[in-house]
Design a protein. Sequence first.
Length: 528
Amino acid sequence: MIEQTPKSFLGFDFSTQRLKAVLIDENYVVRQEADVEFDVDLPEFRTSGGVVRGERGEVTAPPLLWVKALDMVMDRLVLAGVDFSTVEAVSGAAQQHGSVWWTKGSEDKLKNLSSEDFLHIQLASVFAADSPVWMDSSTSADCRALEEAVGGPEELAKVTGSRAYERFTGPQIRKMYRTRPRLYNATERISLVSSFACSLFLGKYAPIDLSDGSGMNLLDIHSMKWCEEALKACGDEDLVNKLGTPVPTASVVGNISKYFVERYGFKSTCKLVAFTGDNCSALAGLRLRSGWVGLSLGTSDTLLLGLQEARAPPAGHILVGPTADAPYMALLCFSNGSLTRQNHRDRLVGPSWDDFNELLRSTVRGNMGYMGIYYDTAEIVPRAVSGRWLWDASGKPLEKVAPQFETRALLETQALARRAHAEDMAFRLDKSSRIVATGGASVNKELLQIFSDVFNTPVYIQEQHANAALLGAAIRAADVWSDHVGLKLSGSELKVSPVATPYSDAENIYTPMMKRYRELVQQVPTLC
Ligand SMILES: Nc1ncnc2c1ncn2[C@@H]1O[C@H](COP(=O)(O)OP(=O)(O)O)[C@@H](O)[C@H]1O
Ligand SMILES: O=C(CO)[C@@H](O)[C@H](O)COP(=O)(O)O
C-alpha cells in the first residue's frame, strides 16, 4: 500500500493592523496559527493602527514593516512546530487598494535572495515610497480628473465598477505621477499590497489578480483588461508595464522561491496561488449562499455580496469575484469600523471589551433617542470629514452625554448607517436573508445583536474561524491547487451557526431611527 503523505495549505492575511497566518489540513481543519501586530510587535515603524497619518488626509504604511512582519510570522510558525514540507500551496489576502512602489532593480533582488538572511535586511532599499493605503483621502482632485477623462462618474463606474474613490489605486497613481514625477520614473513596478506580498514568496514580481485589481478604477471589469483611457488619465505610456498583466484570482502563479525552500524547508514544488484583496478573500472564505450577505468587521466594516453579473453600482463598488461561484461581487466599505469602536471604548471605559459591553448592557435598545456619528478618520460612505456628532431624541445637537449612552449611540448609529447605505446600493434583505459576520469584532455578540436588530435579520458566524479573509486564503490555496493537480480534496463543509436573532420589536424601534439617521447624516460636512 502506498502511504499517503499529509497535505497542508498555508494562508496569510496582510491586513491593516496585523499580519496573520493559518495552516489548514486537507479537510480544511485549522492546524496552526500565528500573527504579528504591527504597532505592538514592530514599534520602530511608529504606526498607529498599522498606518501613519499625514496632515492633508494622506495615510500610508511603510512596506518594509510588512516585510519584517513576514520574517517574524514565519519564525512564529516555526516555533509553533509547522512542518513546511507538507505545504502543497500558499495563498494570501491583503488590505485592498494600497500600492507598493518598487525601485528599478528590485526584481533582481527578489530573484537573488540569500536564505542566510532576513528578507527585511535584503529588501531594505527596494521601496521608492511609503505605500498609500485604503484610508487615504488625499486624492479628491485626481478622482475628479479621472472621472472627467473617461466621460464622467457614471461612465467610469460602468467600465471599472466604481466611480472614482480617493483610496483607489488609479487616483493614487495619478497623484504620485503629478506630484512626485522623479519617484514615478524611478519605479519599475507598482504592486497592490496583495501582489506585493505574493512577490515576496514567489521571488519575482507577482501579477495583480482581477478581483483585487478591480479596486483600482483602472480595470475594465467586463473585458478583464486594463482600461486604456483610465491608464492614460493616471500616468504615462509606461504605466501598463509598471502594472503588468492581471490574472484570474484562481490562478497558480508559480512555485515558491528558493529562499523559502532553503530557509524554511518548503518543497520546491509548493505552488503559489494568486493573492487577493482581504474582502475578496473573505467572500471566497465565507462561501455565501444566494441572499446571504457578508459583514466583515475588521479595521473597516464592509458589506459583501456575491453576484452573477456586473450591475452598475449607484454607490459602492462592483468587483470581479474571486471564485467561479461568484463571477462578480458587490462591496460597500465604511472606514470607521473596529478601530473607531476601539478608540471610543478606550476613551469611555479603558482597554476592555467586557467593560464596554457591561456599560452597553445598562442602556435600552433605541438608546432613549440618543444617536451619534463617530468618524475618527474621513468616512468613505458617506464621503465625510472626520469628527464626532451627538444628538438627543428631539434632534438637538449635544456636546456630551453620559458614557453609557455613547456606547450604544456609537454601535446603533454605525449599524443604522450600514443598513441605510446598503439599501441605497440595492442590497435587498428579505425573510430568507442571513448576515454572516467575520473579522476581529465578530466575536462580540452584543455588537452582532445590534446588527441583527437593526437589519431585522439573523446574524451567523463561521464555525471554523473568525477571520474569513485569512481562512479564505488557505482555502483558495487548497481549492486552486486541487484543480491544478486534478486531485479532489475531502475538504469538509464550512459551517455557519446563528449567534443573534432579531427581537420581535426590532422593526418598531429601528425603522423610525433609520429615518432619523438619514436626516442627521445630512448635518455632517462632506469631504471636499
Ligand atoms: N471583543 C471585541 N469586540 C469588538 N471589537 C473587537 C473585539 N475583539 C477585537 N476587536 C477589534 O477587531 C479589530 C481587529 O480586527 P481584524 O479583523 O484583525 O482587523 P484587520 O484585519 O483590519 O487588521 C481591532 O480593531 C479590535 O478592536
Ligand atoms: O478599502 C477597503 C475595501 O474597499 C478596506 O476594507 C480594506 O480592504 C481594509 O480592510 P480591513 O483591514 O479593514 O479588513
